[in-house]
Write a protein that binds this ligand. Structure first.
Ligand SMILES: [Zn+2]
Ligand SMILES: [Zn+2]
Length: 138
């Protein structure tokens, strides 16, 4: 079984995700910038494939009409993003214990990205969402 464990900085939230893990999508929208301090880098699995092992400090807030963001109320780590009407959940790539299974995908919401950090390399960069993907579909 393709299992991946992860959690927040303090360890108060721990999860297990059944893979395969989606490629990592980098979102440069203003919500992701404010929550993370820079940009969101997230993989994704089906919601049914994420098991919360310890989640007492996990908090959710409605960041928009269509999605919620999950974070640790104790240590502040951003952890999850889940749309209300779709069956997947985005998991912050940095929260995985072993990131070696992850591969980089592409950048979204690049329009309006501040100029103080560069985005270089060969990965595709889309101004909004990627073709065929719902907006903010991290
Ligand atoms: Zn975003
Ligand atoms: Zn925590």
């Amino acid at each position: 079984m393709d299992l991946h464990s992860g959690g927040c900085l303090r360890g108060g939230v721990r999860y297990q995700a059944r893979g395969p893990l989606r490629e990592v999508i980098f979102c440069h929208c203003s919500q992701c910038r404010r929550q993370t301090g820079l940009y969101y880098a997230a993989t994704s699995v089906a919601q049914a494939d994420l098991t919360l092992l310890v989640d007492q400090p996990l908090r959710w807030f409605a960041a928009s009409e269509f999605a919620e963001r999950g974070f640790c109320g104790t240590c502040g780590s951003a952890l999850f993003w889940r749309p209300r009407k779709a069956g997947h959940i985005a998991i912050l790539a940095g929260s995985l214990d072993d990131p070696s299974a992850l591969k980089a995908g592409y950048h979204i919401c690049c329009e309006g990205r501040p100029a103080y950090y560069p985005v270089e390399g060969a990965l595709p960069q889309y101004p909004h969402s990627a073709p065929g993907v719902a907006i903010d579909g991290v």
